[in-house]
Design a binder for this molecule. Structure first.
Ligand SMILES: C[S@@+](CC[C@H](N)C(=O)[O-])C[C@H]1O[C@@H](n2cnc3c(N)ncnc32)[C@H](O)[C@@H]1O
Length: 214
């Protein structure tokens, strides 16, 4: 039986490239840490021989030449992508080559692109009634905030890249009531945060597939 709760992640990719000129041999350099975005996609979706269909991942690119460009990856619709960075980068390149409008357009199965700001994507999720958490080393320990009863709702996690999300966007998140949540006393890479959040939610059974009939 399918449950209804989704896990969503929104990454601010401060330097990630915003055109299709993706050099697959230089994802970290000329592509503005696109390697990091690819690792986040891999961590968000790929299990051993399976995909997390209960997950949606957004990366909002603010690099040159045409920021912002937002990408949306929908686990239940993804096809043909494999976990390695190069495969993911090829699909990102295809999406970035398209013309971006203010509404989502599908590039390849389960991968959408749009001209949308980081804050607008967060506000859209908030308007849908979803609970927004900002992943932050000094936040409240995740175990104190998320438990089996409240994780039956859709949960959205916002996170930064190697630079973070910046003071202005932190202020914005505070203003909209996003709770800061910590998963470790150590500063982690963004993709490591995604793996750990999934693991914690898996253990408290915040899962899309449920055996119980509702
Ligand atoms: C490499 S860190 C960013 C480091 C950057 N220098 C900064 O000051 O934000 C990438 C992102 O992972 C998340 N993060 C890192 N460590 C975390 C932790 N212990 N708990 C929760 N989120 C964390 C934050 O959202 C952060 O923006």
């Amino acid at each position: 039986m399918h449950g209804e709760n989704l896990r969503e992640f929104i990454l601010k990719a401060n330097k990630a490239i915003t055109s299709g000129d993706v050099n697959l041999k230089d994802l970290p350099g000329s592509c503005g840490r696109l390697d990091l975005v690819c690792r986040c996609v891999s961590s968000a979706f790929f299990l051993s021989h399976d995909l997390r269909r209960d997950t949606v991942f957004y990366s909002v690119h603010y690099g040159n030449p045409n920021p912002p460009v937002a990408l949306k990856f929908v686990g239940s619709e993804l096809k043909r992508v494999s976990p390695d960075e190069r495969s993911i980068a090829i699909f990102i390149k295809k999406a970035l080559e398209k013309e971006h409008l203010s509404v989502w357009k599908e590039s390849t199965s389960g991968i959408y692109h749009a001209k949308k700001e980081f804050r607008d994507i967060i506000l859209e999720r908030k308007k849908e009634g979803k609970q927004i958490f900002y992943l932050h080393k000094n936040g409240v320990p995740i175990e104190d905030l998320i438990n089996p009863s409240n994780c039956k709702k859709d949960i959205v996690f916002v996170l930064g890249d190697h630079i973070g999300i910046g003071e202005e966007d932190e202020k914005f998140l505070d203003e909209i009531g996003a709770e800061r949540v910590s998963i470790s006393p150590l500063e982690l890479h963004a993709n490591q945060c995604i793996v750990i959040v999934h693991n914690i939610l898996d253990k408290i059974k915040c899962t899309y597939f449920s055996n119980s009939v509702s």
